[in-house]
Design a protein around this ligand. Sequence first.
Ligand code: B12
Length: 443
Amino acid sequence: MGNSGLRVLLLSASREHFPEPVFPLGAAYVASALLREGAQVRVFDAGSTPFPLRSLRRALERFRPDIVGLSLRNVDNAAYPRSRCYLPGYVRIACEVRASSRAALFLGGSAFSIFPEELMRLLRAEGGATGDGEDGILRLLRGEEGPILRGRLDGLDSVGFPRGIRSVFPGIDRYRVIGVQTTRGCPQSCIYCTYPILEGDALRARDPEAVADDLAFLSREHGKRDYFFVDSIFNADEGHMERVCRAILSRNLPVRFTCHLRPAVSDPSLFGLLARAGCRSVEFGTDSGSDRILSSLAKGFSADDIRVASDACRKARIDFCHYLLFGGPGESADTVAETARLMDETKPKAVVAMTGLRIYPRTNLHRIAVQEGILQPDDSLLGPRHYFPRGDPSWLLAKVGEIAGRRRNWFLPGRRDWSRAMAPRLLRLIHPARPLWRTFRQP
Ligand code: B12
């Protein structure tokens, strides 16, 4: 109870509403850990107020926190060529914290886990924790070794929703879709990916009954029905996925959810169980339909696996979307065409395709790009920087644009600045609980 009475404002800095506004789950989970220690906690959500700096000033003056914990989710939108960098907004928020309070500033969140030193320097914070924030924040408050430390929970028993969430974060009522996490860590080693850096490379699972407790609480106390299971890969351990579904079914919970799946399933009948538990949409991290590229990205599954998973999803009547990444090492006009053919064959509701791979530090892609001379070894990568075969984006953008232009269900987030577009906002008004891609009309 060392932090009893300490006033902590957790500030979720993201203002990105595309493809959907994202519930500040990181801040909510960190709040749980602080509440257990007896701290007084408020969550400020910069994404749900039209004038964030003015509202933040008011919140700081009213609550007078001892500590501000800045939750930094996205560095940029990872899209090419219309890339949007969020760092200037985070600098403005940090300046407002300095100007309107004397609180110490601590940093955390996925953006911070990827770029800790750079963000410490940019935002002039007192300290920060990468990794598991529930552990990280408490160790920062204890003044443990720093200024940057790595939060690490062995088991996930302490992960979950704070039961008094409405007094901590009244803004919960503004969110139709609530994030829920059932596992952390990713044992895959896709060459471009940050997941093992963010959450570790070993899979850690929450007790399925604890997940069901959270869902029961959210539906009973807050009337929620729609969820996003935010696990990097919900089927990384199919046994765990099955236990979560059975826990939901055994309590008859009124749940509809979306999740990220790897398109590799050992037992296709699991999709029937997923559907019965409330799964309405699946986002497959497919990346490519070419076996050559799947292997160069080290995905660990094949085009045939994608066929089987797509088929199983369709039979279970779950809408699915394939997320693609064009431009991995070895991508050619032939492999792009092969991917397009597999998409036509598997008939997803939508295809969301990025062209160019965002290069993150400490990934294999970073090493490859330096070796190939496409990237300077001292580039901080905050930039952002994207990988293209031979460093040349033009032919690939043209090719993917041409393919997508002939298919109505293909969506290219990097082709324009969607943050200002009206169409996604209107679709969101009509279908507030669905992922944007699920609102597209299928050809
Ligand atoms: C699920 C997910 C989505 C879903 C979200 C659905 C939903 N309604 O919640 C969807 C598909 C919509 C999505 C979209 C996007 N996403 Co996304 N997403 C994720 C994913 C897989 C999980 C996020 C999550 O909720 N994790 C669980 C929570 C609890 O973790 P957390 O927020 O990180 O918080 C923990 C710690 O970071 C820490 N912490 C958090 N705050 C604080 C504060 C303090 C003070 C401390 C000490 C600690 C701390 O403690 C928490 C508990 O451990 C991550 C990858 C990952 N594994 O993190 C990518 C990720 C966050 N997404 C990313 C990106 C780029 C995007 C998009 C911009 C993509 C696009 N172009 O459309 C959009 C942006 C959407 C938006 N509005 O912000 C990137 C961000 C990195 C970057 N490049 O900036 C990530 C990291 C993936 C990656 N490429 O590495 N995403």
